[in-house]
Structures are given as structure tokens and as C-alpha cells.
Write a protein that binds this ligand. Structure first.
Ligand SMILES: C[S@@+](CC[C@H](N)C(=O)[O-])C[C@H]1O[C@@H](n2cnc3c(N)ncnc32)[C@H](O)[C@@H]1O
Length: 220
């Protein structure tokens, strides 16, 4: 069976060549993300794609580990000029946490693509330092118009669209909060209301939740 990374390998060149739709909105989002980082921060990025965001943000942190499960996306990222503090690693998001805990974990346009968003959010939480930040942008297309969603289904059937979960903004917010985060910022950059940028701060877990998680992970 084809791995989900194959889809991204197949479109990597086109993805890299695609111009950013709204440059002002992208720049404003990066400015916000940069303002939340400290020069001493160690940052992990999940699903970094061709590395454009990592290259822009890495200078604001002490080190930036950018990960993706698509070898082709990473091949393009590695060919770009990047700061010495940035490294690209091939890893599935769910198992990309070596070297943690981190001060911040970024997931731009990723959370709707994973099989189990709650599981990934729990792993992000576990691999952040106390008070660490999740900085994310997620495509929540469950509230888009019916014709558009029908079109996505057709594109998906034709393998022109990745496997993705139709989240509402409220479902996403709830999942982030249930994983143990306080939402510090939720806003939209640009015109599209379906791609919220969410910054969330790790909340210490209650002792009982922590004990239950430790028990589950000990059981494997
Ligand atoms: C929509 S692109 C976003 C890329 C980049 N973050 C950006 O904002 O331009 C999604 C990226 O996530 C990667 N991806 C999807 N599912 C993944 C997973 N389970 N683990 C790691 N990377 C994943 C894909 O290979 C792709 O590069």
C-alpha cells in the first residue's frame, strides 16, 4: 500500500514552485510567531515541507529542528540556503520528538493531515518544556461550503488531494485544550477564515492525568 508520504513526494516540486497566495498575511503570521520566540529557544517543527517557514524563523531561536516524513520535500528544503542552526530531519510527526523537551513546537498546515490529532497533540504536550508553546496553523475545512467539500472529495478520489480530516475550528480548539494547552492566541491572517493560526501554552497536567498517561505508556 502506498505510504501517505508518497502523495507529498509526488507533489513536492509543484508545492515548492507554487507562489504564496497572500504574502502580507504570511509575513504577518511569521512576525507573530517570531515575536513569541526567545534567542535561547530550542524549536521543533513538524511537517516542515520545503523549509520556507523554518528558514525564515530559525534566526529567532537558538536551534531549529525541522522535520517532515516526505524525502522529496526535505530534498528541496536541504537545497536551500539555511542558517547553521537549522537542521532538516526525516521523521513522521508522531515520532519526531528526539532531542526534546523543546521550548516551542510548530505545526504549520499539518494537524488536519494526521490520523489522530489528539494523539499527536498529546505527544507535542509531552515533549514541550513547562510553559512551552505550540505554534500552529491548521486548515479547518469542515465549515467550508458543500460544493467545495464535494470538490475535495473528488480530488481526493483522484489522488490529487491528501488524506485529511475535516475539522471545525471549534473541534480543533477543543482538541488542543483537551491535550493540556491554554490557547494564548487564535486569529486569522488574511481573508480565509478556515485556516486559524493558534498559539497555545502548555498547561501542567493534573497529577491523575499524568499518572494515567505514564501507566498507558508503560503498558506500551
Ligand atoms: C500542507 S504541507 C505544509 C508544509 C509547511 N509546513 C508549510 O506550511 O508550507 C504539509 C506537509 O506536512 C507533511 N506531513 C503530512 N503528514 C505528515 C506526518 N504524519 N508526519 C510528518 N510530516 C507530515 C507533508 O509531507 C507536507 O510536507
Amino acid at each position: 500500500m502506498a505510504s501517505p508520504a508518497n502523495f507529498w513526494d509526488g507533489i513536492a516540486e509543484r508545492y515548492a514552485a507554487r507562489p504564496i497566495k497572500d504574502v502580507a498575511a504570511y509575513d504577518a503570521m511569521l512576525a507573530d510567531a517570531a515575536s513569541r520566540l526567545k534567542p535561547t529557544d530550542r524549536v521543533l517543527e513538524l511537517g516542515c515541507g520545503t523549509g520556507s517557514t523554518a528558514i525564515r524563523l530559525a534566526p529567532y531561536a537558538a536551534s531549529w529542528t525541522a522535520t517532515d516524513f516526505s524525502p522529496e520535500m526535505l530534498r528541496i528544503a536541504r537545497a536551500k540556503q539555511a542558517p547553521d542552526t537549522l537542521r532538516f530531519i526525516l521523521a513522521d510527526a508522531q515520532s519526531a520528538f528526539d532531542g526534546g523537551p523543546y521550548d516551542a513546537i510548530c505545526a504549520f498546515q499539518l494537524l488536519h493531515l494526521v490520523d489522530d490529532v489528539s494523539q499527536l497533540l498529546a505527544a507535542i504536550h509531552a515533549n514541550l518544556k513547562p510553559d512551552g508553546l505550540l505554534i500552529s496553523k491548521t486548515w479547518c475545512f469542515a465549515e467550508m461550503s458543500l460544493p467545495l467539500r464535494a470538490l475535495f472529495r473528488i480530488l481526493r478520489a483522484a489522488k490529487l488531494f491528501p488524506k485529511a480530516r475535516a475539522l471545525t475550528r471549534s473541534e480543533l480548539r477543543q482538541a488542543i485544550s483537551a491535550a493540556g494547552f491554554d490557547i494564548a492566541e487564535e486569529r486569522v491572517f488574511g481573508q480565509n477564515p478556515h485556516g486559524p493560526y493558534i498559539v497555545a501554552r502548555k498547561r501542567p497536567l493534573a497529577k491523575e492525568t499524568l499518572a494515567a498517561r505514564q501507566l498507558l505508556s508503560a503498558k506500551g
